[in-house]
Design a protein around this ligand. Structure first.
Ligand code: NZQ
Ligand code: ZN
Length: 385
């Protein structure tokens, strides 16, 4: 096992009716900015609950944060924070609103051009406003981690940053808040959470037994509940398990002491930036191709994954690996998330621009061993057609 240092300061407040806990979680004297997305938080009544819980505090609202939050939009929120002297941010939404809020928290306290926050991968952040979240979509794990992904629309650049200063102080996870999600977002959530776990688990063995079994437990849970989440009417326990699996999938716990990959995510970001696909759609396309292309580098873990997650024990090793990769693809397809570029009308002619963008951003040594060069990424994308 590799050396590690683990500290996650986010308080999780989990369960039905927990939005009212906001009153005790946000300082009484705080001057709050409530950030949200399009219409969903208003329509579902979540914003009304938030306003009630804020009580007599001073607060302002900033709506309109779009999926894959735009730098340009978020800079308007930064101006509002500065103009009104606000000092606490509350995100009400999914990963995009939470990530956007993390950026606003960093940018409002930043001197100079805030795009430098993304260019430095977060290293340039030295201060950030405190933030909390009310989660309405289970997927990204952003509610309990210190990463955010922001898109500069003008240059079609999707970039991430991380800094311990942007861990949410608290996150409210009420599974009933996910009841209003359409099937597409529910399926996206399962695929995103599943892929997060795979990126941290399916690399090469370092005898991280605890991490491996936590990861396998999360994957098995998602395989078990995924079809129910998407195909059956909302029920509390299924949604509660989805929500907790998504949070646990990317809060740092399963990543400690083990190698991590993330090449699928980074290549996927270019598909969103250039072609507008949902984040999880990009993962459903890239992950099976990545596993297939890198099957030798990942051989031992692929065999472990086949046996422990999918129960595949029969046949020679290469057949078991084939079946595990096929099971992964079929799982995504069974949830209604297509796994080929052609399913989204994207052809071979689109690959060059994505590779150029990766190279421009310096994403030239991806994967757990840093050997996913732009040429390897090109070969992986060619397998996605
Ligand atoms: O804008 P509204 O009207 O709120 O609608 C949203 C949005 O259209 C809707 N929605 C959210 N909660 C709802 C709801 N609709 C009905 N009922 C509810 N309760 O869902 C749509 C998608 O929301 P979004 O926040 O974009 O989805 P998600 O949570 O999947 O977040 C995706 C973003 O997170 C980033 C992705 O790159 C992408 O930008 N990621 C962030 C990570 C992190 N911070 O650690 C890791 C991930 O790998 C990912 O990259
Ligand atoms: Zn993701």
């Amino acid at each position: 096992m590799l050396n590690f240092d683990f500290h996650n300061p986010t308080r999780i407040v989990f369960g039905k009716g927990s939005v009212e806990r906001l009153d005790s979680l946000i300082p009484k004297e705080a001057r709050v900015l409530v950030l949200f997305g399009g219409q969903s938080a208003e329509k579902t009544g979540t914003l009304a609950e938030v306003r009630k819980a804020l009580g007599s505090r001073t607060w302002k609202e900033f709506g309109g944060i779009e999926p894959n939050p735009a730098f340009e939009t978020l800079m308007r929120a930064v101006e509002l924070v500065r103009a009104e002297g606000l000092d606490f941010l509350l995100a009400v939404g999914g990963g995009s609103v939470i990530d956007g809020t993390k950026f606003v928290a960093s940018a409002a306290a930043f001197e100079g051009d805030p795009w430098a926050i993304l260019e430095s991968f977060g290293g340039a952040v030295t201060r950030a406003l405190p933030l909390g979240t009310v989660v309405t979509l289970a997927a990204t794990g952003s509610e309990m981690n210190c990463t955010a992904v922001v898109t500069r629309k003008s240059t079609q650049t999707k970039a991430f940053f991380a800094n311990p200063l942007i861990y949410p102080r608290f996150s409210i996870l009420d599974p009933t808040k996910t009841y209003s999600l359409p099937a597409r977002q529910l399926a996206n959530g399962v695929v995103d959470a599943f892929t997060h776990v795979v990126e941290q688990y399916l690399t090469f063995p370092v005898d991280g037994r605890v991490q491996d079994r936590f990861a396998e437990g999360l994957l098995q849970t998602l395989v078990e509940i995924g079809p129910r989440v998407v195909q059956e009417p909302a029920d509390y326990d299924t949604r509660a398990n989805l929500m907790w699996a998504a949070t646990m999938g990317l809060n740092g716990l399963i990543a400690v002491g083990v190698p991590q990959d993330w090449a699928t995510h980074i290549i996927g970001h270019e598909l969103t930036a250039l072609h507008g696909l949902d984040h999880a759609q990009t993962l459903a396309i890239v992950l099976p191709a990545m596993l297939e292309h890198r099957r030798e580098a990942k051989r031992e873990k692929l065999l472990q994954y086949a046996e422990r997650v999918w129960g595949i024990t029969e046949g020679v090793a290469d057949q078991r690996i084939d079946r595990a990769i096929e099971a992964t693809r079929s799982f995504f397809e069974s949830l209604g998330v297509k796994t080929r570029l052609s399913d989204y009308g994207i052809g071979a002619d689109a690959i060059g621009a994505m590779i150029d963008k990766l190279a421009e951003k310096g994403m030239v040594k991806l994967g757990e061993k840093g050997d996913v060069t732009p040429e390897v990424s090109r070969q992986v994308l060619a397998r996605c057609l």
